[in-house]
Design a protein around this ligand. Structure first.
Ligand SMILES: [Zn+2]
Length: 186
C-alpha cells in the first residue's frame, strides 16, 4: 500500500522516478507551497510520491474523507477516460479535531479532469467521489516540513488553520465577555 488511504497504488520512488519527483518538488512545489500556503507550506523539505488508480473492478472506487500525512499535497490527474472522481474538500483540521463531525454544508467539489493539478493543505479534510466508469489515475505527492512538525509540538492552544479551533476560540472569548459583563454589572 502506498499510504494509509489507498489499497491500490505504486510508490514512485520504487520505480526509479525519485529524480523526477525531486525536481518537481525542488523547482516548483516548495516555492508554490511557500507562497500560496505559507501557514503550513513555508519550509517544505521532504516528499513522498505515489500513483493511485480508481475505477470499477479490482481497484478503489471512492476515496473516503480523510487528511493526508503531509503539510502540502500536490494531486495531479494523469488519465485516462472516466466518469466521476471529483475531489471534494471540507475544512482544514488540526490533529485534535481531525475526527470531529463532518459539516456537509462546508463541502466544495472540484473537477478532477486530466491534466489538472491541485495543491492543498494536507490537513484539509478531503476525498474523492466514485469513479463510476473508466479508469482514473492520479499522481499524489505528500510534501512535509520537519520545522513545521517540530514547531507543532510547542504550538499555541488554538490553531489558526483549524476551523474547529477557531470556533472554540470564539466561544471561549464569548464566555469571557459574558463573565466580565456580569462582574461589571454587579
Ligand atoms: Zn483544531
Amino acid at each position: 500500500m502506498p499510504n494509509t488511504v489507498n489499497k491500490f497504488g505504486l510508490c514512485l520512488d520504487d520505480f526509479g522516478m525519485k529524480d523526477m519527483l525531486d525536481m518537481l518538488f525542488e523547482r516548483f512545489v516548495k516555492h508554490i507551497g511557500a507562497v500560496l500556503l505559507p501557514d503550513v507550506g513555508g519550509n517544505l523539505d521532504s516528499h513522498h510520491g505515489y500513483i493511485v488508480q480508481y475505477g470499477m473492478g479490482q481497484q478503489d472506487v471512492t476515496e473516503d474523507i480523510h487528511v493526508d500525512d503531509s503539510e502540502v499535497t500536490l494531486n495531479i490527474c494523469l488519465g485516462y477516460e472516466f466518469i466521476g472522481g471529483q475531489l471534494f474538500f471540507e475544512s482544514p483540521m488540526c490533529e485534535k479535531h481531525v475526527h470531529t463531525n463532518i459539516h456537509p454544508e462546508k463541502i466544495i467539489e472540484v473537477n478532477n479532469s486530466v491534466g489538472c493539478a491541485r495543491l492543498y493543505r494536507g490537513c484539509h479534510r478531503h476525498g474523492a467521489r466514485a469513479t463510476t466508469s473508466g479508469r482514473r489515475v492520479n499522481l499524489v505527492m505528500w510534501c512535509r516540513s520537519s520545522i513545521f512538525r517540530e514547531a507543532k509540538k510547542y504550538d499555541k492552544e488554538f490553531k489558526d488553520y483549524c476551523d474547529e479551533c477557531q470556533a472554540e476560540k470564539t466561544a471561549k472569548r464569548h464566555e469571557m465577555m459574558v463573565a466580565m459583563t456580569k462582574v461589571l454589572l454587579v
